[in-house]
Design a binder for this molecule. Structure first.
Ligand code: 2RA
Length: 330
């Protein structure tokens, strides 16, 4: 049994931490919920017991916490994760604050579970669109070698939290935008996170750099275009892949079907392919539209869909916590 602290407990991902720990019967002993001052005093139910939300402060981590799950933005993680770490607490952080630090493992349990043994007190949960993409890429890299990957993403508004959902819902009846620079209803916006001087967005650079770190393969040539679409839950990713070796398509199917966490949905004659409406609320990564790219030597196209709040954030985090217990790395 372990004592759990949740930072950002009232947010969408924070609440899903609790839901998924209940579903997976994660062995929680004591539970401490932290959020901003505006949520102080709220109560949240976990396993039929009401817990009071406390305001996050520096002394929050004086409590007997074993693992702290963070989902409260990069600034909160930058300030408070080191404080928790100094108290001997293991932090699993959902923000991008620590992901590219050399000493911080970036973990997708189906892909690089062994990285858990390198942690020094802070572990980063990858970006949602990265998590769902590296899962099918891992067996392909191991078997054929990845030469180049072109990502095009179709990301739901829940990736932006409550504000994204609000822009979509309110925009259905009249032009409306508050969270996004333009209306998202009946539109797509090729702009997720801030633009950089090189013309990419931070979201695109996350996909590129995080994929290389998780696969431990800096030689892969990767580019990405990340796009917000008017969908509530579930990110979709088109991956155009150049492998180093030739392949038989039937072998690709078998490889993906047998990899943990993947469900292959690919029967175009019966209109069977992954879609966000089927991934919502689930933890699988759905792969389909698997086909050779005839414009390339050893070219392959795949289509990847997953629930960005569950497998893309909360479930992956709880799986990392389970890995900590299994490997006794607390
Ligand atoms: C998004 N991946 O979809 C980013 C952060 N969740 O907005």
């Amino acid at each position: 049994m372990v004592n759990i602290g949740i930072v950002g407990a009232t947010g969408m991902v924070g609440r899903n931490f609790l839901k998924i720990m209940e579903e997976r019967n994660f062995p929680v002993n004591k539970l401490y919920l932290f959020a901003s001052s505006k949520s102080k005093g709220k109560t949240i139910n976990f396993k039929n017991k009401e817990y009071i939300v406390e305001e996050l402060k520096e002394d929050s981590f004086d409590k007997p916490i074993d693992i702290a799950l963070f989902s409260a933005g990069g600034n909160i993680s930058k300030k408070f994760a080191p404080i928790a770490k100094e108290k001997g607490i293991v932090v699993i952080d959902n923000s991008s604050a620590w992901r590219m630090e050399e000493w911080v493992p970036l973990i997708v349990p189906e892909v690089n579970p062994e990285a858990i043994n390198k942690h020094k007190g802070i572990i980063s949960n990858p970006n949602c669109s990265t998590i769902q993409s590296v899962i099918p890429l891992k067996p392909l890299d191991d078997e054929y070698g990845l030469k180049r990957v072109v990502f095009s993403t179709y990301q739901s508004v829940s990736g932006s939290g409550i504000g994204g959902l609000k822009d979509l819902e309110k925009g259905l009846n009249k032009p409306f935008h508050e969270k996004y620079p333009h209306p998202i209803a009946f539109n797509v916006i090729p702009h997720i996170d801030d633009f950089l001087d090189n013309g990419y967005t931070k979201e695109e650079i996350k996909m590129i750099e995080e994929t290389k770190k998780i696969l431990e393969n800096n030689d892969i040539k990767i580019t990405a275009t990340t796009v917000r679409v008017p969908v509530k839950y579930g990110h979709a990713v088109s991956a155009n892949i150049e492998l180093k070796k030739d392949f038989e398509l039937k072998d690709i199917f078998k490889l993906l079907e047998n990899f943990p966490g993947i469900e292959v949905l690919d029967d175009p004659t019966n209109n069977i392919y992954p879609m966000p409406i089927m991934a919502e609320g689930k933890d699988k990564v759905y792969v389909g539209r698997i086909r050779r790219d005839f414009s390339l030597e050893n070219g392959l196209n795949i289509w990847i869909v997953a629930d960005n709040i569950r497998k893309g954030a909360a479930t992956n985090t709880i799986q990392i916590a389970e890995l900590l217990l299994k490997n006794r790395r607390l």
